[in-house]
Design a protein around this ligand. Structure first.
Ligand code: TPP
Ligand code: MG
Length: 341
């Protein structure tokens, strides 16, 4: 039953030193962005933020595998992925401040972050069907968490992808948690990858703390998807921080299953040690990256702070062609709330 599952673990350096250094830089950049975003939220700068600390290798590895014309379907936790894909830091900050996505006009085959769990998956498969209809060789990579695999949307999307042979890669970041629910309470399946068996395609597990392994596995998966065989990649990673800045993991942490040490180790520190051992980078590279990233963060914050105030009325746009009576009622309520503040 499990022969469709392959496992790849941290191995030999199989990419050029230049690529490895770029992966490291992107991971460091994502880590510093995440730290700054949490700190800004704590200062009251934005109302909430979902940290991805611990998932940098997984997301940056996956971002480096997709081609520029491939379609991405991210979630609220995919900020590292979006940064590596070229979405400016200021766009992500502005989105958290309530502005529409991609305020800078970034437009690289990139769907908005899905906040409702798993709703992006049928959309991703539909986009894959569209690629087949128009004979476009772009593949579709959609991102989901372990918790999303309990949703009907996940199973419908997997089923359609298998039947219609859509060019879809399901990249599942298994970070051990769906808010306070540990992975072993989410599904009785031994692995998430094996769920592919039921839908007639391949499932692969990868060490999500190894950016090179993730990049290779996702590249292979995309190649297979382009040839008409979808793949689900289960990236074994770990959420080091809280689910969101409104969450307190100390209240449920003890319910975690026992995870092996490699799983909970810090991917950024591990990759840095690995690159230094292989003489791919030294302290001066890191210093240079740190100062470039700090300048970029400052610039992004000031871009976000100098935007015109967001118009609360925007939330009613792009829902229906014409506002329904209920929406008009809600709109009046918003107007009243804002005028009294
Ligand atoms: C349809 C829907 N149901 C419930 C929620 C509330 N919710 C927000 S995050 C989350 C857990 C998701 O866990 P997982 O898919 O593992 O992603 P992670 O947060 O770990 O990245 C839930 C249940 C939601 N956003 N959408
Ligand atoms: Mg999760």
């Amino acid at each position: 039953m499990h022969q469709a599952i392959e496992t790849k673990k941290f191995g030999e350096l199989s990419v050029s030193a230049e690529t490895a250094l770029t992966l490291y830089r992107d991971m460091l950049r994502a880590r510093r962005f995440d730290e700054r975003a949490v700190s800004l939220q704590r200062q009251g700068w934005m109302s909430s933020y979902p940290p991805f600390r611990g998932q940098e290798a997984s997301q940056i590895g996956a971002a480096h595998a997709v081609e520029s014309n491939d379609w991405l379907f991210p979630t609220y936790r995919s900020n590292a992925l979006q940064l590596a894909r070229g979405v400016p830091m200021s766009d992500i900050l502005l989105f958290r401040l309530g502005y529409p996505e991609f305020a800078s006009g970034h437009n690289l085959s990139h769907f908005p972050q899905a906040i409702p769990i798993a709703t992006q998956l049928p959309h991703a498969v539909g986009t894959g069907m569209a690629m087949n209809y128009v004979n476009d060789d772009a593949a579709v990579c959609c991102y989901l968490g372990d918790g999303a695999t309990s949703e009907g949307d996940f199973h419908e999307a997997m089923n359609m992808a298998g039947v219609f042979e859509t060019p879809t890669v399901f990249f599942c970041e298994n970070n051990g948690w769906a808010i306070s629910l540990p992975r072993h309470r989410q599904t009785a399946s031994k692995t998430i990858a094996q769920k592919a068996d039921a839908y007639g395609f391949t499932g692969v597990q990868v060490d999500g703390n190894d950016p090179i392994a993730v990049m290779e596995v996702v590249s292979d998966a995309l190649e297979s998807a382009r040839a008409g065989e979808p793949v689900i990649v289960e990236s074994l990673t770990y959420r080091q921080g809280a689910h969101s800045t409104s969450d307190d993991p100390e209240r449920y942490e003890q319910s975690q299953e026992t995870l092996p040490e490699w799983r909970t180790k810090d991917p950024l520190h591990r990759f840095e040690r690995y690159l230094r051992t292989h003489d791919v980078m030294d302290a001066s590279d890191k210093e240079r990256f740190e100062s470039e990233i700090e300048a970029e963060l400052e610039e992004a914050k000031s871009v976000a702070e100098t935007q015109a105030d967001v118009d609360p009325d925007d939330i009613f746009d792009n829902v229906y062609a014409e506002r329904s009576p209920r929406q008009r009622q809600q709109q009046k309520q918003v107007e009243r709330d804002y005028s009294t503040n």
